[in-house]
Design a protein around this ligand. Structure first.
Ligand SMILES: Nc1nc2c(ncn2[C@@H]2O[C@H](COP(=O)(O)OP(=O)(O)OP(=O)(O)O)[C@@H](O)[C@H]2O)c(=O)[nH]1
Ligand SMILES: [Zn+2]
Length: 291
């Protein structure tokens, strides 16, 4: 009997990583009957005959990509080319928060910086409680910090297409991208090719990363709209000041969150993106209720 981490899955076979060695295992019918699908990141036990026997309890589960036991999500945005779309960044952050996964923001292409905008954004997100790192895959800046961040953890890279996720992974450890085969796939089949997500073991043998194809939009209608405010960490200290329980922080009087915005403790940009997202998912969920 062995124990390890699933790093890749293709139909009903799974590659299980255990101290540098990979064993290809087959899932038993048992899992299908119980409606359990093994995913990358799963800690599993497998038999000497190469069957998956047991999936150990998951600490969390990410939907896109399907992965379990993720320690952190690194959300990569370029400061230019393409220009950052901050409401989309907020959606990535909300999705991680909802799954109780720590998110770190990586502002890439720092070599293209021309004005103070990226510094201002850094301040907005740092004051909201996020760790923000600055990188340039071109100039190899911030790469040591990024590498350190990955050590000993299971990390999923996400962010819009073209932000530089593959380039950063390549700068951290050239084997990472070679193993995903992504660069060559891109050349052969054009951009945005879909692949199965894989966990790639870091050079040090301690930690894994998964790259994901870039998203250009992210729908969050699975998040109940009354909960949305909980996923903006800078709102939390103000929630106790709302007069009404279940306050939407939009139209009610005596709202703690709005007070935080007036006092300059919550960024107006973050509040506006909250309010827009709230109304969008509320509309969606209310119209579904009558279907
Ligand atoms: N100037 C500059 N360009 C970069 C940097 N990092 C990546 N690029 C360029 O940005 C483009 C997109 O980089 P990728 O690494 O393919 O981006 P990605 O996020 O993996 O994109 P998808 O696979 O589509 O999700 C490429 O042309 C890179 O050469 C950087 O730090 N500075
Ligand atoms: Zn409120």
């Amino acid at each position: 009997m062995g124990e390890g981490t699933i790093i890749a899955g293709v139909s009903s076979f799974y590659d299980v990583y255990q101290q540098g060695a990979v064993t290809r295992c087959k899932a038993r019918g048992l899992f299908r009957k119980e409606n359990i699908t093994p995913v990358i990141g799963d800690h599993v036990r497998f038999s000497d005959q190469g069957y998956l026997e047991e999936i150990l309890p998951r600490k969390n589960q990410l939907v896109r990509p399907a992965a379990a036991n993720v320690d952190q999500v690194v959300v990569v945005f370029a400061i230019k080319n393409p220009n950052p779309h901050y409401p989309l960044l907020d959606r990535f952050l909300v999705e991680s928060a909802q799954q109780s996964i720590q998110a770190v923001i990586c502002l890439n292409k720092w070599d293209l910086k021309e004005d103070d905008q990226a510094d201002e954004m850094t301040a907005v997100y740092e004051s909201a409680g996020y760790q923000v790192i600055h990188t340039s895959a071109y100039l190899k800046e911030g790469i040591a910090e990024l590498r350190q961040l990955l050590e000993g953890k299971v990390t999923v890279f996400t962010g819009p297409s073209g932000a530089g996720k593959s380039s950063l992974l390549n700068a951290v450890d050239s084997r990472l991208v070679l193993q995903t085969g992504q660069l060559s796939e891109k050349v052969q089949r054009g951009r945005n090719t879909t692949r199965h997500a894989k966990l790639i073991p870091l050079d040090s043998g301690n930690g894994f990363v998964a790259d994901t194809p870039g998203f250009t939009s992210l729908h969050l209608e699975h998040i109940p709209y009354p909960d949305l405010g909980q996923y903006y960490p800078e709102f939390l200290p103000w929630l106790g000041d709302c007069r009404f329980t279940g306050c939407s922080h939009i139209s009610e009087p005596d709202c703690g969150v709005k007070l935080g915005v007036r006092r300059g403790e919550i960024s107006a940009q973050r509040y506006d993106s909250y309010s827009e997202l709230y109304q969008e998912i509320r509309r969606e969920q209310e119209s579904n209720r009558w279907k």
